[in-house]
Write a protein that binds this ligand. Sequence first.
Ligand code: BGC
Length: 346
Amino acid sequence: MRRYGILALAAVFFLSGCGSRGENVVKSIKIGVTVYDQYDTFITGLMDSFTACAAQKEEETGVAINLEVMDAAGSQSTQNEQVQTLIERGCDIICVNLVDRTEPTTITDMAEKNDTPIIFFNRELVEEDLERWEKLYYVGADAFESGVMEGELAADAFLQSESADKNGDGICQYIVLEGEAGHQDSIVRTEYSINTMMEQGVEAEKLGYAIANWNRAQAQTKTASLYAQFGDEIEMILANNDDMALGAIDALKAAGVSEEDWPVIVGIDGTDVGLEAVQNGEMAGTVYNDKEGQALEMLKLAYALATDSGWEEVDLEDGKYIRLPYSKVTAENAGEFEDIRGESDS
Ligand code: BGC
C-alpha cells in the first residue's frame, strides 16, 4: 500500500510543472492565483481573460499551463494560507490580488524563502513593500489617470446638458460612491475626479458620500438613503466603479424616479453591464479599465518568469511594474470596447 502511495506521489511530481524540465526544455508550468473576492465583477472579468490568455499561450508554445485559482473571500489570513498551499503544490509562480494591500509581508517572506516569484495585481502595495525582494512584481493601472478621465467625462456631461443643473444655480451638487477605504483606486479616483471636474470649469458642491466597497447592492442601499436625504438636489453621482454606479441606478429605479430626472451618473471599469448602461444612456460615461490588457501582460510575465523565455514580450517599468492605460468611454465609442471584449473572448 505504502509503495503505491510513493509511486503515485512520484507520478504526480513528474507530471507537475516543476518536475518536467528535462534537458532545459520546459514542457509544463504551474501558475497559482489567489483573488481577494471571486464575486467582484471586475476581478471575475479579469480572471476570465487570464484563463483565455493562458489557453492561447499554451496553444502557441506547446507548453502546458496549469492554473490553480483560489478565492480568499475577503480574508488576508486565508490568502496567506492559500499562498503557502500553492507553493507546496509546486507552483512556479503565484499571482496575488491582495485582500489587504498593506499586509503583503507574510506572503513576501514565504515566497522569498521558497524562491517563488510573486506578481501582485490590481490591489497595489506601496513601493517599499514591492522593493523588499527582487522577484516581486505589480501589474495594474494608474489610478490617477482613471480619476482624471472620470472628472473630464463628468464635466463634459454636466456642461453639455441643459437639464443637468436641475436647480439652475450654476453649481453642480454631487455625491460620491466610494470603493473600499484604503484601496489605492478609491482614494485617488475620488480626489482626482472631483478636482478635474472643477478644473474643467464646473463649480461643484459635495452633498454627501458613501463607502459602498465596489459593490452594487451596497451602493443601492447607500444611494437610497442619500436620495431620501437630498432627493432632487443631487445633480451628479460620481462612482469609483461601474458596479456602484449601477447600484445607484437600481436605487433611482426602485424609488420610481423617471429617467429624465436622474442625476448625471459616471463610473469606471467598462464592465459588460457598465458598457451596456453607457450605450443605453443610463450612465453618461465610464472609464475603461483594461482587464484584457492586464490579464495578458500578467500572463506574459508569469510565463517568462516560469520558463525563462519570452522576455522580449515583457515590458517592465523600473524592473517591477506593468501599468495599462485607461480610456474614456461614452455612448459614441462604447461599441468599440465591446469589440475588444469579443476579440479576447474568441
Ligand atoms: C476596479 C473595481 C474593483 C477593484 C477590486 C478596481 O480597480 O475598478 O471595480 O472592485 O479594483 O480591487
